[in-house]
Design a protein around this ligand. Structure first.
Ligand SMILES: Nc1ncnc2c1ncn2[C@@H]1O[C@H](COP(=O)(O)OP(=O)(O)O)[C@@H](O)[C@H]1O
Ligand SMILES: [Mg+2]
Length: 180
């Protein structure tokens, strides 16, 4: 995976599989401290201690298909390559928070990629039943996308309506440009 946006989509997929109804994606660029923090928080079914200990093992998966579980080990590897680390906080029945840290200007720190596409993709496919909150901060400048707020404004129009999606796409692109 070349971009962080693809890792994020993959980690959000775990939240969806865990039955989450709300996924919060936070990117924080602290330029002074030279640290990039990615936080993905969900209210899905969570994991017990035993599972948390196993998830960074690339051969661990609870999926019924014979596929190697790689989402979390690959994110951990990406963080490690940029002299960072990964932290998994989870409580059975409560939810999961994944925190990955990277040295911001590290030569091997993966680029953000297309975050707009990742968010629009999630909204388009699961936006009706799952709320997505995306916050991206660069120093003290933040852009916040909150599907709960948007749904209130849309009233009866579904958030995955193609016209709504193309409007939201432009809004996210504009918002991200403003904090850059
Ligand atoms: N957000 C989450 N909530 C609950 N369980 C999770 C979450 N993320 C990961 N897991 C557990 O960790 C396992 C490994 O995840 P991952 O590395 O992405 O591989 P895969 O999704 O292919 O199984 C999952 O099968 C699941 O049991
Ligand atoms: Mg996965």
């Amino acid at each position: 995976m070349e971009d962080l946006s693809l890792h994020i989509l993959d980690i959000a997929e775990n939240s969806i599989n865990a039955g989450a109804t709300k996924i919060e994606i936070m990117l924080n660029e602290d330029i002074n401290q030279n640290i990039l923090t990615l936080k993905i928080k969900d209210n899905g079914k969570g994991m017990d201690k035993e599972t948390i200990e196993k998830v960074l093992d690339p051969f661990y998966t609870t999926k019924n298909v014979r596929r190697i579980g790689l989402g979390l080990p690959m994110l951990a590897q990406a963080a490690k390559e940029a002299e960072g680390n990964i932290d998994i906080k989870s409580k059975k029945g409560k939810g999961t928070t994944i925190i990955a840290k990277f040295v911001h200007n590290h030569i091997d720190r993966k680029p953000f990629g297309n975050m707009t596409e990742t968010i629009i993709n999630l909204i388009g496919s699961r936006g009706l039943d799952i709320d997505i909150i995306y916050q991206h901060c660069k120093n003290e400048n933040c852009f916040i996308f909150d599907s709960i707020e948007i749904k209130k404004e849309l009233q009866d129009i579904p958030i995955n309506n193609p016209g709504v999606l193309s409007f939201l796409k432009k809004e996210i692109e504009k918002g991200l440009k403003e904090i850059r």
